[in-house]
Design a binder for this molecule. Structure first.
Ligand code: ATR
Length: 267
């Protein structure tokens, strides 16, 4: 979408995204139009950052009021915070940093962003196996997903190629875990109300469906948090089987709207 870049002066509040890479980030295209719509004197800029130390020393001298945090800094940014929301400690990742007075406060809107579109679907769906969900993957993204599900009363099964990583995530949140292969099919069918794909296998040009070995019944809610491409092989397969699907762009939008609410309060 097109938006007019405002004239920037000393009173303009500066926000941005820090990470590497950031040049193809969709976030400026989400945040700048919101600022413009609200008539706020604020701008959102992509900052390609390798050293968080350097960034925060510059941020203190500029009028930077808040940033989105992306790969590879979501964990590493935590020691730079003066305080944070409980969710940051529980998930071990921070994707939003805002200035509060002279200090930096962090939170994680990925958790809300993941839950919000799912909550919408749950309000109009019957659950195939009760509040029971399977999460594919055990990396950083899976951690936010498992946290949101458990907090909202789900029993969760975690599947991962490297079983040790599934076991370790499962131990942190009192979940069940298993290998990401045919040996887990019976277990999956008892945790199939919601199935969430969080691995990078579904991402980019060479993506594949990591659950290809499992025969979906059609009564599952299938959610892929990958947003490029929007229709991942996992979701195409699920849709063909008649499942309700949730695409990753909905999570991206929901987390950005929540983040924008925090940013706009500071302008
Ligand atoms: P993120 O923060 O995006 O979750 P991550 O922490 O690197 O990234 O986690 C990547 C996830 O994708 C892991 O669950 C990883 O499985 P392993 O723990 O076995 O590495 C999963 N993944 C990546 N490539 C995969 C592949 N080729 N097959 C199966 N799982 C894969």
């Amino acid at each position: 979408s097109l938006y007019r870049v405002p004239s920037i002066n000393e009173g303009t509040s500066i926000f941005g995204i820090i990470g590497n890479p950031v040049l193809h980030s969709m976030s400026p295209g989400i945040h700048n139009p919101i600022f413009a719509e609200k008539g706020l004197d604020a701008v959102y800029i992509p900052f390609c950052v390798d050293s968080l130390e350097e960034f925060f020393s510059v941020a203190d001298r500029l009028n930077i009021k808040g940033v989105s945090v992306t790969i590879p800094h979501k964990q590493a940014v935590i020691p730079f915070l003066d305080s944070c929301a409980d969710v940051v400690s529980a998930v071990g990742a921070c994707n939003t940093v805002v200035r509060r007075g002279s200090s930096w406060w962090g939170t994680n809107t990925d958790v809300y962003g993941f839950w919000s579109p799912l909550e919408d679907v749950l309000s109009v769906s019957t659950l195939a196996s009760g509040r029971r969900a399977t999460v594919i993957g055990a990396g950083g993204a899976a951690r936010s997903v498992v946290y949101a599900l458990v907090k909202n009363g789900f029993d969760v099964l975690i599947l991962n190629r490297t079983v040790e990583k599934a076991a370790s995530l499962a131990a942190d949140f009192s979940c069940e875990y298993a290998a990401l292969d045919e040996s887990s099919c019976a277990l999956i069918s008892s945790y199939r109300s919601v199935i969430v794909q969080t691995t990078s296998l579904g991402m980019g040009n060479n993506c594949v469906n990591p659950l290809a070995f499992y025969d979906l019944q059609g009564d599952e809610i299938c959610y892929d948090i990958v947003y490029i491409p929007k229709m991942t092989p996992f979701l195409s397969f699920a849709e063909k089987k008649g499942c309700r699907i949730i695409t990753g762009d909905l999570m991206l939008k929901a987390q950005a709207i929540e983040q924008s609410r925090l940013f706009c309060e500071l302008v």
